[in-house]
Design a protein around this ligand. Structure first.
Ligand code: SAH
Ligand code: F3S
Length: 497
C-alpha cells in the first residue's frame, strides 16, 4: 500500500457506522523502478496522503504511477525522506476541506527546514479553490484537479524550472481544468498488488443533487470508452486480479462508446466484464437509484460474478427531503427496486448512504428515515450530518434545525444501523459464505483471510501445503464464530473458483 488513507466517511461530525474494507491501490513496484532510466542516487521519493472516496484512492495510485513512469520516482511512506509531497483532497464535507489547510500548515514547517521539497495539492479542494490554494498557502508548488493528475510530470518540471529561474519569486504551477477524459489516455499500464482492483469507468457526475459539490469539482459525467475499460481489466486479470470494483460517482449512468460508435450501457458493461478471463467477482461503487434500471437488476440473475451486495445510496427516508435534495425519485421507487432485486437474489446484502439534518428536516422526516433503515435492515451504512457546501443549491435553503438536534438524530440513527450491522454479522454464524482468499492473517499466521460478498472479513485455518492453491481463489467457508462487527471465523468447505 502506497497511500495514507483518511476516509471522510469517518470524520468527527459524521462518524460512519462501518469502515469500508481497505482498498487496493495501484502501487509502483520493483519492476517499474528497475526499468527506469533514472540513476538510483538521483531517485526522488514521493509521499501521498489521500482523503475522501474510492475515486481519490484510485487517483492517488495513478499519481504515483505517472511520476514513477515519467521521473522514476519511488513511493515512500516516510514523509521525512520524501522529495515530493502530494495531498489528494476531498471537499464533500466542510470538515474534510478544513483538514487540508491544517495539514498544509504542517507541511509548511517541513519545507522551511527543507526548501527543496516540492508540495502538490490535487483532488476536489484543489479543483474548487484553484489559485486560492497558493494564495492561502504560497509554499504550495503545484495545484491540480482530479482530471489533470496525468499532467503532474509537466507541472513538476515547470515548478522546478521556476525554482531555478526565480527561486524567491515562484508562482507555482496550476492546472485544474476539465480536459474531457484525456487523463486515461496518459496513464501508464495498471499495476497491482493483491487480488482486488478498482477500475474507474467514468468521471464526474451530472446528477446535481442539491447538497453535493461533486459535479462542480469533478465535472459532468464522462464515460471511458468500453474498449479502454476492458483493456485495463484484461491487464489486471492477467496480473492475478480476481475481483474488479467498477468505480465512478454514478456508475449506472455509464454510457461508454463502443468500437462501432454505439453506446454501451452499464448492464451491458457488466456482461462484458464478467466474460474477462480470470474475473471471478464484480462490485461497483456507486450508483444512483434513478438509474438502477431493470436491465441492471436482471444482470443479477444472469451473472454469478456480480456479488450479492449492493451499495445504493438513498440519503433520506422522507419523500419531501428527497425532493429538496433533487434526488428525483420517491421512497417507493427505491423500495420497489430493492424488492425486485431480492426476488432475484434473496441473499442480497444492502448498504446505503444517509444524510441526517438536511435543511428543513422535520422530526417526522427523520422518523421516516429511521423507519426506512429499520424496514430495509441494511447490512451496513454510512451516515453524515448535512454539511453546507458553498455553491450548491442547498446552501441557499433556510435551515431551522439546530446542530444539537442534528447530532442527536445522527446518534439515534447510527445506533439503528450499528445494531443491524451486528445482527447481520451474528446471523452469518452457521451459514456458508463465498470468500475471496487474499492473504495470511498478519497476527494469526495459522489463518487465511479473505472477504465475503457482504464485505465482512472471514478468517479460517488452512493447511500450509495448500496455501498457494488457495490464495486468490473463491472458496466456500462455513462460518463458525463471530469475531467483531466486521469479522467472522469459519472453516473451509471447498474451493469454488
Ligand atoms: N455518487 C457518490 C456520491 C459521492 S458523495 C456516492 O454515491 O458514493 C458520498 C456521500 O457523501 C453521498 O452519498 C452523501 O451521502 C454524502 N454527502 C455528499 N454531500 C454531502 C454534504 N453536503 N453533506 C453531508 N454528506 C454529503
Ligand atoms: Fe453527488 Fe448526487 Fe452525484 S450525491 S456525486 S451529485 S449522484
Amino acid at each position: 500500500m502506497s497511500v495514507t488513507v483518511f476516509n471522510p466517511r469517518i470524520d468527527d461530525a459524521a462518524v460512519a457506522n462501518t469502515i469500508a474494507s481497505t482498498p487496493t491501490v495501484t502501487a509502483l513496484n520493483e519492476a517499474s523502478s528497475a526499468q527506469s532510466p533514472v540513476n538510483k542516487a538521483a531517485t526522488k521519493k514521493v509521499f501521498v496522503t489521500t482523503q475522501g472516496c474510492q475515486m481519490n484512492v484510485y487517483d492517488s495510485g495513478k499519481m504515483l504511477d505517472v511520476l514513477g513512469d515519467s521521473h522514476g520516482m519511488e513511493v515512500t511512506h516516510d514523509i521525512d525522506e520524501a522529495d515530493v509531497l502530494l495531498m489528494n483532497t476531498c471537499s464533500i464535507r466542510e470538515k474534510a476541506q478544513e483538514k487540508v489547510f491544517s495539514e498544509l500548515g504542517r507541511w509548511r514547517k517541513l519545507k522551511e527546514k527543507r526548501p527543496d521539497l516540492v508540495i502538490g495539492v490535487g483532488g476536489c479542494v484543489a479543483s474548487q479553490e484553484g489559485d486560492n490554494i497558493q494564495k492561502r498557502a504560497p509554499y504550495v508548488d503545484m495545484v491540480f484537479g482530479p482530471q489533470t493528475l496525468h499532467r503532474l510530470p509537466e507541472l513538476y518540471d515547470q515548478s522546478n524550472e521556476q525554482r531555478e529561474i526565480a527561486p524567491k519569486n515562484r508562482i507555482g504551477t496550476i492546472d485544474v481544468s476539465f480536459p474531457s477524459i484525456e487523463k486515461f489516455d496518459f496513464l501508464p499500464e495498471p499495476r497491482v498488488e493483491g487480488y482486488k482492483a478498482f477500475v474507474s469507468i467514468m468521471e464526474g457526475c451530472s446528477k446535481y443533487c442539491s447538497f453535493c459539490v461533486v459535479p462542480y469539482t469533478r465535472g459532468e459525467e464522462l464515460s471511458r470508452p468500453l474498449d479502454d475499460v476492458l483493456a485495463e481489466i484484461d491487464s489486471l486479470a492477467e496480473q492475478g486480479v480476481r475481483e474488479i470494483n467498477l468505480l465512478g460517482q454514478n456508475v449506472n449512468g455509464y454510457r461508454g462508446e463502443k468500437d462501432d460508435g454505439s453506446i454501451c450501457r452499464f448492464a451491458e458493461l457488466l456482461h462484458y466484464v464478467s466474460h474477462v478471463d480470470g474475473v471471478e467477482r464484480i462490485r461497483y461503487t456507486t450508483s444512483h437509484p434513478l438509474e438502477f434500471t431493470d436491465d441492471i437488476i436482471d444482470a443479477y440473475a444472469q451473472l454469478p460474478e456480480l456479488v450479492s451486495h449492493l451499495h445504493l445510496p438513498v440519503q433520506s427516508g422522507s419523500n419531501a427531503i428527497l425532493a429538496a435534495m433533487k434526488r428525483n425519485h420517491t421512497i417507493d421507487v427505491y423500495i420497489n427496486q430493492i424488492n425486485k432485486l431480492k426476488a432475484i437474489r434473496p441473499d442480497i446484502h444492502l448498504s446505503s448512504d444517509f444524510i441526517i439534518g438536511f435543511p428543513g428536516e422535520t422530526e417526522q422526516d427523520f422518523q421516516d428515515t429511521l423507519n426506512l433503515a429499520k424496514e430495509l435492515n441494511f447490512d451496513h451504512s454510512y451516515s453524515f450530518i448535512y454539511s453546507k457546501r458553498p455553491g450548491t443549491p442547498a446552501a441557499e435553503l433556510p435551515d431551522d434545525v439546530s446542530f444539537k438536534t442534528k447530532k442527536e438524530r445522527l446518534a439515534e440513527f447510527q445506533k439503528v444501523i450499528i445494531d443491524s450491522t451486528l445482527a447481520k454479522t451474528h446471523e452469518m454464524v452457521g451459514t456458508t459464505t463465498r470468500v475471496l482468499v487474499e492473504q495470511v492473517a498478519n497476527r494469526h499466521p495459522d489463518y487465511l483471510i479473505g472477504t465475503a460478498d457482504n464485505t465482512r472479513t472471514v478468517m479460517f485455518p488452512y493447511d500450509v501445503d495448500k496455501m498457494d492453491e488457495l490464495l486468490g481463489k473463491i472458496v466456500s467457508v462455513r462460518v463458525t464464530d463471530f469475531v467483531s462487527p466486521h469479522m467472522v471465523k469459519g472453516e473451509l468447505i471447498e474451493m469454488l473458483a
